[in-house]
Write a protein that binds this ligand. Structure first.
Ligand code: FUB
Length: 321
């Protein structure tokens, strides 16, 4: 595959979480819309109200099926507004959609909705995951069947309000050469409905084992994704205000993860967000940009591009041309 493909020109969608279920790719995106809300640093302009699921069985060409709405704000008893990024994991034959949404007090939490099929319909739990906060869940099932949720996002994602899993009285972002604010990970219970443990920080360190600094343009900001390649754990993420997709590798789901490089340079649009998945022996990067909406930050379009690795396991930087 030599060029990126826009996957779904019919509608604006973003934050694609791609998973392979039953030998088919299912993409769980955020569903962008033009709400008229003013643009601000807290993402007030991302006023999404539902999720759709798309599926395809050929990446380079061929139809992309929209299976319609699988969960809407009105169906979730605890939800207030802003249905942001989600992901789906299969466990014991059931599909668990883990999603981020603000509650009625405008505080982000993670919720779970369950279905018998990847296309849904998904039935939401009455309450968010106990002890959950912030945004952008990636639900990763390891080879032993354990499921981990990676999450967290700064600024509008509210991660800077938390230390040691407790909400602060005032938000605080580390600065300068202080260690950067890390993303979080927690293993889920066997039924995938709750955290089985308190969330832990996800350490990203340099080659000398030092945590990346707060002023490092390659430090974590949001959009965690986890995949495994040749037995190694690849933690990838968006750097937010420096607009990169970066990755780091480790030898277990909790890290530490050693910073390895940039996967994708900034795209058109403020946000960058992705997933990485293997399908029929090839690896793909799913992401979004705002080219079709002529740079309108909150109207994003889904894209896919093939991903290649070097012999030593390094990811080759993807060209966005
Ligand atoms: O889609 C809303 C937010 O924008 C996501 O949660 C972030 O990752 C960014 O893509």
């Amino acid at each position: 595959m030599n060029h990126p493909r826009y996957l779904f020109p019919e509608d604006y969608m973003a934050d694609p979480s791609a998973n392979v279920f039953n030998n088919r790719i299912y993409i769980y995106p955020s569903h962008d819309r033009d709400s008229g809300s003013a643009e601000d640093d807290d993402g007030g302009h991302f006023e999404m109200r539902d999720y759709h699921v798309l599926s395809l069985d050929q990446v380079e060409q061929g139809p992309v099926t929209d299976h319609g709405c699988i969960l809407s704000l009105e169906q979730v008893p605890w939800a207030g507004r802003q249905m942001w990024d989600n992901d789906v994991v299969e466990k014991n034959g059931r599909y668990h959609l883990v999603f981020s949404c603000k509650d009625k007090n405008d505080v982000f939490h993670l919720g779970v909705a369950v279905a018998d099929r990847p296309e849904g319909p998904f039935v939401p739990q009455p309450d968010p995951i106990r002890g959950s906060y912030s945004i952008d869940p990636c639900a990763f099932k390891d080879d032993d069947g354990a499921v981990y949720v990676y999450f967290g996002g700064i600024w509008g994602g509210q991660l800077q309000w938390y230390r040691d899993n407790k909400m602060l009285k005032a938000e605080r972002l580390p600065e300068g050469d202080e260690p950067a604010l890390p993303g979080r990970v927690a293993r889920l219970t066997d039924d995938c409905l709750q955290f089985a443990e308190a969330p832990r920080p996800v350490p990203v360190v340099d080659a000398q084992g030092r945590p990346l600094r707060a002023d490092d343009p390659q430090r974590f900001f949001e959009a965690s994704w986890m995949h495994k390649y040749r037995g190694r754990y690849y933690y990838s993420y968006s750097t937010g205000d420096s607009h990169l997709l970066c990755y780091a590798t480790g030898d277990n789901p909790y890290g530490p993860f050693t910073y390895r490089g940039v996967i994708l340079d900034p795209v058109v649009g403020w946000t960058t967000h992705h997933s990485i998945v293997e399908f029929r022996g090839c690896w793909y990067l799913f992401y979004h940009d705002c080219v079709p909406s002529r740079g309108t930050t909150w109207l994003r379009s889904l894209k896919v591009q093939e991903l290649y690795y070097d012999e030593d396991g390094a990811i080759q930087k993807v060209s966005n041309d």
